[in-house]
Each structure stands twice: as structure tokens, then as C-alpha cells.
Design a protein around this ligand. Structure first.
Ligand SMILES: Cc1cc2nc3c(=O)[nH]c(=O)nc-3n(C[C@H](O)[C@H](O)[C@H](O)COP(=O)(O)O)c2cc1C
Length: 177
């Protein structure tokens, strides 16, 4: 079984989640490749043809998934639809229980409605908030978003909202498809 995980991550949390999934999936007879789309010039469809299962993951920044990820999905939805696949969205809105599922997370609902790819599994994981590493402008804007959504606004806040048990159950589900 050959599996590829293609991801985009700016601050590292989506990468951490994907690395965790890779290590959980790496068992006998399973070969798992992991690829940061931002390290490639342009990801070509030939590079995924060989794989039996594909996971595509992206974090949200200012309401959008990564452009390279979105373009790759749009251009290759037919190949993706012919394979066993999963889509993962990582964002902070998902820290709220009522927005933590693919059917209730606004970014995922909007994105899935705008594309022709029908992933076999869709997952949403809450990301990480870490004001210290943001640029001045990002920090102000994220604080504003947090203020509106009743989240922490202290500049020292560093909180990992990712529910790793939820990631574990994703892995079990992905193993079964
Ligand atoms: C500049 C910036 C913009 C963000 N915009 C959003 C947003 O619009 N909605 C949201 O739910 N989370 C937003 N987030 C939170 C990220 O999705 C979250 O921190 C995630 O863990 C980032 O993943 P990464 O570390 O893989 O880049 C934003 C974070 C940053 C730094």
C-alpha cells in the first residue's frame, strides 16, 4: 500500500499533524510519503498516480486554504476522485465544538461546495494559537478575530487546540478505506 500526504503549513501545526499521521500509518506493507507542497515548484499529477491513497491537508489563513493546495485539487480532481482520499483542514474556528466537524466548519463547507473533488474522508482539526511568532499586523488581526470569537487575546498566549485523539480516530478511519 502506497500512501502520500501532501500538505501546506505556515507555522508548522499542519506539518506536525501530518507527521503524526505518517508515523501512525507507517506499519508493515504501508509506504508513506510526505510532501510539503510549498517546497515544490509545481506539483505534477504524475507524482501522485502511483499512490493508492492520498491525504491532502492545509491550514486556513484569513479564511482561505493554501492557494497551491486549492489549485492542485482543482486541476486534478478527476485523478483524486479515482482514488481513496482524505482532505484535512486545520483552523482555529474548529476549537469551538459547534464548528469542529466537516459539516459545521464554515471553511470546509464553503471549500467542498466550490470543488469537484469528493474526498472519501474529510476531517477538521483545531490548530495552534501562538501570538509570539506572528508578525505585528497578523498579531493585531488575529487578536481582533479572537476578540470577536471570545478567544484569548493576551500576547503571551500559546495554546495547542489540536485534539490528538481526534487525529487518532482519523487514522483508524483512513486505515479502513
Ligand atoms: C495570519 C494568520 C491568519 C489566520 N486566519 C485564520 C482564519 O481566518 N480562520 C481560522 O479559523 N484560523 C486562522 N488562523 C489560525 C491558523 O489556521 C492556525 O493557527 C493553524 O494552526 C495554522 O496552521 P499552520 O501552523 O500549519 O500554518 C490564522 C493564523 C494566522 C497566523
Amino acid at each position: 500500500m502506497k500512501i502520500i500526504i501532501i500538505y501546506s503549513s505556515v507555522d508548522g501545526q499542519t506539518r506536525n499533524i501530518c507527521e503524526y499521521i505518517k508515523s501512525s500509518l507507517t506499519v508493515e506493507n504501508q509506504f508513506v510519503e510526505i510532501l510539503n507542497i510549498n517546497n515544490t515548484q509545481e506539483l505534477k499529477v504524475d507524482e501522485i498516480l502511483d499512490y493508492d491513497k492520498i491525504i491532502i491537508a492545509s491550514s486556513i489563513r484569513y479564511g482561505k486554504h493554501n492557494k497551491k493546495i486549492e489549485n492542485f485539487i482543482q486541476e486534478n480532481y478527476e485523478v483524486l476522485n479515482s482514488k481513496k482520499t482524505a482532505f484535512i483542514s486545520v483552523n482555529l474556528v474548529a476549537r469551538k465544538t459547534e464548528k469542529s466537524e466537516p459539516t459545521t466548519n464554515p471553511y470546509v463547507i464553503k471549500f467542498l461546495n466550490s470543488i469537484q473533488w469528493k474526498p472519501t474522508i474529510v476531517a477538521v482539526f483545531a490548530g495552534k494559537l501562538n501570538y509570539k511568532i506572528y508578525t505585528f499586523t497578523d498579531r493585531i488581526l488575529i487578536k481582533l478575530i479572537m476578540l470577536i470569537t471570545k478567544g484569548p487575546v493576551n500576547s503571551k498566549t500559546e495554546i495547542e487546540y489540536t485534539d490528538w485523539e481526534k487525529v487518532d480516530s482519523f487514522v483508524r478511519k483512513f486505515d479502513r478505506i
